[in-house]
Write a protein that binds this ligand. Sequence first.
Ligand SMILES: Cc1ncc(COP(=O)(O)O)c(C=O)c1O
Length: 501
Amino acid sequence: MYLFDNNFVIDIITDRAGISAKYSDIVIFCLKYEQAFLSSSQLHNLRFVFKKHYKEYYQDYLIFEKKCKIIKTPSYVDFDAPLAEIDMDDYLIELSAQLVNAKVLTLDKQFIVMSNLAMHPDDFYQLALREAESEKIPFLDLKAAQQELSSELEQGFDRVLNSGWYILGAEVEAFEAEYAAYCEAKYCVGVANGLDALHLALLALGVGEGDEVIVPSNTYIATWLAVSQCGAIPVPVEPDPATYNIDPTRIEAAITPRTKVILPVHLYGQPADMEPILAVSRKFGLRVLEDGAQAHGARYQGKALGAQGDVVAWSFYPGKNLGAIGDGGAITTNDADIAERISVLRNYGSRVKYVNDVRGFNSRLDPLQAAALRAKLKVLDSWNARRAEVAGHYTRELADTGLILPFVPEWAEPVWHLYVVQHPQREALQQRLNQLGISTLIHYPIPPHLQAAYAELGFDKDDFPIAEKIHQNVLSLPIGPHLDKASVEVTIKALLAVSKI
Ligand SMILES: Cc1ncc(COP(=O)(O)O)c(C=O)c1O
């Protein structure tokens, strides 16, 4: 990452020193690969200089500025730092660069001598080459997500810091209203994480000791854990091998007089087949809780996921499509009673301070996380579209590799939380890709029924062969809103070369 100092920006845009042609490739490279930064302390200086002295280049500067990422200038300034004593502007630029571990491109010899972050553009190619050689393709670049929204996040955090209100309050309420609208649901209640969202939703649906809840045999263990936390028993149902989601045709056989809830998961970002699931639930008088942890923004039969069942539980774990800067979760529902119960349960079982109607929990969405989520909700659709672009590229180019690729039914609009392929020698494939610098993950290596945590349910190997085969063969390829096209192409090339093992 590279931060441009003021004079370098002016030199490049105006060519006042005749060096623009020499270094323009560097600037184009940085802008193209989203490596170009400016510190917020520079903005007013640069705008002022261009407006006053280089009016004819002002529009060019604004275009350039828009393409750069803006890093905040820290307020924790050490006035005794040697660089601060010599040149405060340079020192503030250095402080900003430090925050994102960027180098400062400058022609200022004194700056280069005084700061080990400052470098001459002549040294750029050597460094960029070294970095490119050692660079791996990340599975998901979370830092880039925060950097793209750094101004919006800063604004949100400042709002909360200066509000004097740090538990629930206006910021959480604003997010709840915005997320409910986004999900086409009447109510949203923010909680501390996705596991709590599932747990509190089950409690609100009246699930308790000895009840049974139908869960997919193929899911992240949190879905099962929430059931166990209520004293209830998870009853696994196998997935459709094509979609990885719970197979609605198998649900009826798993229903007993103790069944209270069906809990489908919209796994990997693809909606479960809700219509037949809801039909079974109606037939047997059951409630439906959807686990939407991996599917923010996904649609089923053209409708948003948000309240197709009785209630949806969401996780805002940082790596999710809508991810916080820490833990966070929520439920959405059209049922006022469920929303009310969950908002009481999340807050010590209390409607009125120090009056406790039920034995509740401390599971509240943090206002700082709500502020981050509000900023990220604004870009969720466009970031999901970028994920879809990566997925489309994989699907087109990997068709002849022999890998089993994701299948999308015509009623599903997935949001590509993960792009999961299957290969009979998954470990070997993962190792080869790793050697080629491509990071992949496995979602998930051991199905819940074979985890030590569920030994007491007495399940054995081969009890759920579809889930077990999936867990043995799946591999998740790099995907995310900040995965650049070049990295996708490198990954495809690598897969074309090594997938025939
Ligand atoms: C399917 C599923 N359900 C539930 C959860 C739990 O969410 P959290 O990590 O926010 O508790 C996760 C996330 O990790 C998940 O992937």
